[in-house]
Each structure stands twice: as structure tokens, then as C-alpha cells.
Design a protein around this ligand. Structure first.
Ligand code: G6P
Length: 601
């Protein structure tokens, strides 16, 4: 979703072009418009706002429009308040054209705050909630407040999770305020400073960071009174906060597509090694975490979107492998369970980005009841990692395509291993999963992809696709539906095989495609029977299974992976989703209306 990149350098550093480069690295998060504010050669604020993709914008053009000064603030916007238009893109400025704002998240009480400004005759140029920040700071400055006090005054009144940057073009200061949405400061060479909502926004240039915590702000100065280092303040008290510079060892991922046409297929293929990476965990740490699970009184596995489906699979995995009851829920529904939470509850939070707002809100609920948080997360330094009591990294490397693939199987692998560790059978779990990783490596060969492509050609004009699974493959059927929906825009519906006869069967007619996810476990025969029920009504049955069966019209062979069947069963559907998108002329990396990291409710 929205992204922020700020650069403060030296004269002639070409700040707008540096910010443009950073914004391009945040493209994968999903957005619909973008903009940059900079100081022109006479020190005046110049802004550029555009609707659409930033990929085509050249550094030369941005430099021509905004100059090559030392300071710039940039933003990619995913519309919430106000339609997708240039006037609603950020930066937003005050009436006097002095203060520029870029902002992530939502100001829940903005209508009430805006009413006061309208009554005091401020002119609004946009429909955004963001713009009120510029006008409030303008008022504070007019009253004689310092820029930092004016910024703090309005920041204290905001409701909802957000982060914003305010730039005072006249006073030579930038405030980076974190109120529940991520912001990180980067320290570059020779006095260069960065701020971004995602470390990828500046990681190309520095890996030295200073974390802004919630309720804090960083003040960066430029121009005549510039100071070499940022200053950190507590927003409500205005007191100084000491910070350390931390070197992060999240190796900058090679972001090129490595010869693939899209990130999605590159990331699908990377599963040849990411499964093994996910389970490459310290045994002592795994045992320690497993003990926490065993000693907890109530365990909840929580995630959103695809991660939410992984959590549901986790419930089956813990039951099957560790004979333990754990509850799973999607993050946005977690607060309904608050009455069952105690200090002995353990929440296992599962997330690729570690920034999904629904999940962070769920953690707030859990923490308010004193529960302990263990997270399984892919992005090092993410908010989730920082607010958790314990964390395990997914080690999947940067995932850029909006549709999650390699992070999904990393999550499934790590949850399976955790279940084994909880059962006191860690070594056995590692052996099984390493074997699965090798099987996936063999499976993902060009002939296999070609076979799936042939199926995609057959399905490309389908209106609906049904997916059935039982046991642990039931949530995987739902995940398969998410993959098909978000990449190919075909209506897809995943459900438990046993539920067919309670409704969905009425939708099956001649040629309706139905994917049956079959595992070599005690659900196998019943899933096959459900596939037969589909076939008897004229449906076209695609079997994802270790063995062929007469009911399958099309068979996609998967290895017999035992309890790791969810990992191997989802992969052919990911490949199918990719090829359907390509055949239907859709960019598989950036589905319409969706975002990689969902930072609004
Ligand atoms: C978005 C992404 C999904 C992801 C979900 C949760 O919807 O498009 O791929 O599963 O958010 O994200 P997280 O980063 O918390 O795993």
C-alpha cells in the first residue's frame, strides 16, 4: 500500500531522483498514484503528482521538473479518502505553500478535525484526510509555535494508525512521525539521511538504520541550520529519545527478475530452495518455542489473507502431528476472541510483511490481555518482529509479487516444523521437510510447467473454478481460490469437499472446472468421492494428487509428501494462476485493487 521515501543529502545530490529510485523499489507494495516534493534552486517548494505507474518515470524528467537539490520527500498512494487523481496524490501542501505532507494510514477522526479548519477558512485542494495535517501545522507556525511543536500538537490529536512526514520548506526541517504505521530512518554516507516506510526504500544506499518507535518522531534538518544527525522526540511529551544506529543484515535481495518475465513466476520457482531455508532454524530455539506452546493455556494462530489460510492449515497440522488443540482465526476477526485471552495465552502471528494492520491490531488486543506473542515473519525489522516477544524468520527472501507464493510455503513449512517440535519430534520433522524440499525441486521442471500451461489454455475462458479439499487441504483449497482470483480475475471458490452437497453442487454444470486437492491420507477416498459427485454432474475434474485416478479429466501429479501435502499441493495451483493471468493479458505481479502490504483496515 502507501509508501514513503525521504532523502536529505548535500547540494547537488539530486534528491528528487534519489527519492524516485526509492519509490520504484516500493512499487511492489501496490499503489495507484505517486508524487514528490522538493526544494527548487530558490528554496521554494515544488511538487509533482501523477496518477498511474511510476516505472516509466525517468530520473531525468523528475530532475528537470524538480531540480537536483539536496532534499526531497516522495510517496506512493493507495487511495482511501478521495478518488485516484492527481489532486489527491501526495504530497499535500498548506494554504501558503510552505509545508508539504506525505502520509500513510488513516486519520479516523479527520472529518471532525477538518470541520475546524473549514470554519477558519482554510482552502482545501484535495479530498484526502492527509491535507488537514498541512493546514494544522500552518496554523501552529502562524501562532508562533516551532515547527516541531506544531507537528506534535496535531500528531497528538490523530486517531487511527498512521505515519507521516511533514517538510517545512522555509524552516529547513523534516518531521517523520510514527503513530502505528512503520517508518525507519537510514543513515548514509557523509551526512546523507533517509526515511522510509519500508527499508527497501533506501537499502540500496545504506543498511544503517535507526528505528522510530510508535509515538515518536525524528527531526531531520537541512539548509543553513542543518545538523548532521537526526533528533528523536517523544510526540506527546516533546522529550528527547536516545537511539542507536543498527546495521541490518537483511541482505539486499537481487530484485531483478533473473531472466523471468515476472516476479511471480520467479518467486514460485524459488520454492526449489526456500522451503529448505524456512526450516533452517536453530534447534535450541525451536525447542524453546515449542515449550512455550506446550505450556500455554490457549494458543491462537493468527494471520490475514493467504497467511490466514496458512494459520487455518496450522490448526490441522498441530492436531495431526502434535495432538494439540490450537485455534486459528483471521486477524480482522481476532478481537471477538478477546474474552478468552489471559496472561497464559500464546498468540502465533504469521505474516510475510510484518506490517498488516489487521494483524498489528490483533496483537494490540492480545497484548492488552497480557498474552505472549510469537511471530513467524519474513521481513526483518518489521513492526511485527519488533512488537513480538519471540520471532522466527521465514527466510524466504524478498517477496515482490502481490500474490504470495514462496512466503506461503515457507509459513506452511515452519508451522509444520513447529508442530513436530511441539510433539518432541523435531529431527523427524526436519527430515520430512528436507525431503519435501527436494521433491519440490524435482517437481518444478520445465515439462511440469508446460503441462500446467496446457491446462491454463483449457481454463482461460472459464467463468468459475471450484476447488475442493479435506482436512488440512481444506484451507489450502481456499488459498488456491485466492491465488486464482487475484491473478486471473476468474471467480474461484474453495471449500471443504464434504460441503459440496450443501450448496456448491448446484453451481456445477457441464464443463465446470473443479480442482480436487488430494493427499495420501485418511481423507483421500472421501475427496475422490466428492470429485465423482462433481463429475456425475458434468464437471471437469482436475486432480492434484500423488496418484492418477479414473475420475480425473486432467491429472497434475504431486509428490507423496505425507503431512507436508499442503506444501506440494498449492504449488501447481500457483503455477496455474500465473499462466492464467498471462494468457488473459493480466500483469500477474500487480493485480488491480490489491496491495502487497495492507496497512489500512
Ligand atoms: C495482502 C497480500 C497477501 C497477504 C496478506 C497478508 O492481501 O496480497 O498476499 O497474504 O496481505 O499479508 P502479510 O504480509 O501479513 O502476510
Amino acid at each position: 500500500m502507501c509508501g514513503i521515501v525521504v532523502y536529505v543529502g548535500r547540494k547537488g545530490d539530486g534528491a528528487p531522483a534519489v527519492v524516485l529510485e526509492g519509490l520504484k523499489r516500493l512499487e511492489y507494495r501496490g499503489y495507484d498514484s505517486w508524487g514528490i516534493a522538493a526544494l527548487d534552486s530558490r528554496g521554494r517548494l515544488a511538487t509533482l503528482r501523477r496518477v498511474g505507474k511510476i516505472g516509466g518515470a525517468s530520473a531525468d524528467r523528475v530532475t528537470r521538473l524538480l531540480g537536483s537539490g539536496s532534499v526531497a520527500v516522495g510517496h506512493t498512494r493507495w487511495a482511501t479518502h478521495g478518488g485516484i487523481s492527481e489532486r489527491n496524490a501526495h504530497p499535500q501542501v498548506d494554504c501558503k505553500g510552505r509545508v508539504a505532507i506525505v502520509h500513510n494510514g488513516i486519520i479516523e477522526n479527520y472529518q471532525e478535525l477538518k470541520a475546524g479548519l473549514v470554519a477558519r477558512k482554510h482552502r482545501f485542494a484535495s479530498e484526502t484526510d492527509t491535507e488537514i495535517l498541512a493546514h494544522y501545522i500552518e496554523e501552529g507556525l502562524a501562532r508562533g509555535q516551532s515547527f516541531s511543536d506544531a507537528t506534535r500538537s496535531i500528531a497528538k490529536r490523530l486517531k487511527g494508525r498512521s505515519a507521516f512526514i511533514a517538510m517545512d520548506s522555509k524552516g529547513g526541517q523534516i518531521a517523520a512521525v510514527r503513530l502505528g504505521a512503520p517508518l525507519i530512518v537510514g543513515i548514509g554516507k557523509k551526512g546523507e539521511m533517509f526515511v522510509s516506510s519500508d527499508v527497501n526504500g533506501f537499502l540500496e544506499r545504506t543498511n544503517k538504520v535507526m528505528y522510530i518507535d510508535d509515538g515518536e518522531m525524528a527531526l531531520l534538518s537541512f539548509g543553513k541550520k542543518a545538523q548532521k544527525a537526526p533528533e528523536f522526540l517523544n510526540v506527546s511529551r516533546g522529550t528527547k529519545v536516545r537511539k542507536r544506529i543498527i546495521g541490518i543484515d537483511w541482505k539486499r535481495e537481487r530484485e531483478s527478475k533473473l531472466g523471468y518475465d515476472h516476479f511471480l513466476i520467479k518467486e514460485i520457482m524459488e520454492q526449489k530452495h526456500t522451503i529448505a531455508q524456512a526450516i533452517n532454524q536453530d534447534d535450541a530455539k525451536m525447542r524453546q518455542v515449542a515449550n512455550r506452546i506446550k505450556n500455554a493455556f490457549g494458543v491462537f494462530i493468527v494471520g490475514a489473507g493467504t497467511a490466514g489460510r496458512v494459520c487455518a492449515a496450522g490448526e490441522y497440522l498441530f492436531s495431526d502431528i502434535a495432538k494439540r488443540h490450537v485455534n486459528s482465526t483471521v486477524a480482522s476477526e481476532f478481537s471477538s476472541y478477546r474474552h478468552y485471552l489471559t496472561k497464559k495465552t500464546l498468540m502465533i502471528a504469521v505474516s510475510q510483511s510484518g506490517e498488516t494492520v489487521d494483524l498489528l491490531d490483533a496483537i494490540d488486543v492480545a497484548k492488552s490481555k497480557g498474552a505472549r506473542i510469537l511471530s513467524l515473519v519474513n521481513v526483518f525489522g518489521s513492526t511485527l518482529m519488533r512488537v513480538s516477544d519471540d520471532f522466527l524468520m521465514l527466510n524466504a527472501g524478498a517477496e515482490k509479487a502481490v500474490a504470495s507464493t514462496k512466503a506461503t510455503t515457507a509459513q506452511l513449512s515452519l508451522l509444520t516444523l513447529l508442530a513436530y517440535a511441539t510433539a518432541g519430534r523435531l529431527k523427524e520433522g526436519k527430515r520430512l521437510l528436507l525431503n519435501t524440499a527436494e521433491q519440490v525441486n524435482d517437481m518444478l521442471n520445465p515439462r511440469y510447467e508446460e503441462r500446467i500451461k496446457r491446462l491454463a489454455r483449457r481454463l482461460r475462458r472459464s467463468r468459475d473454478v471450484f476447488i475442493i479439499g479435506r482436512g488440512v487441504n481444506y484451507p489450502i483449497a481456499e488459498e488456491a481460490a485466492i491465488k486464482l482470483q487475484e491473478t486471473s480475475y476468474i471467480h474461484a471458490h474453495g471449500f471443504a469437499g464434504g460441503e459440496l452437497k450443501h450448496g456448491p453442487l448446484a453451481l456445477i454444470s457441464r464443463g465446470s472446472p473443479c480442482i480436487a486437492l488430494v493427499a495420501n491420507d485418511d481423507t483421500k477416498h472421501e475427496t475422490i468421492s466428492n470429485a465423482m459427485e462433481v463429475k456425475a454432474r458434468g464437471g471437469y475434474v482436475i486432480g492434484v494428487a500423488p496418484e492418477n485416478n479414473e475420475v480425473f479429466d486432467y491429472w497434475l501429479k504431486v509428490p507423496d509428501a505425507g503431512v507436508a501435502s499442503p506444501i506440494v499441493n498449492i504449488i501447481p495451483v500457483q503455477v496455474l494462476a500465473y499462466h492464467l493471468a498471462v494468457l488473459r493479458g493480466i500483469n500477474p505481479d500487480y493485480p488491480r485493487n490489491l496491495a502487497k502490504s495492507v496497512t489500512v483496515k
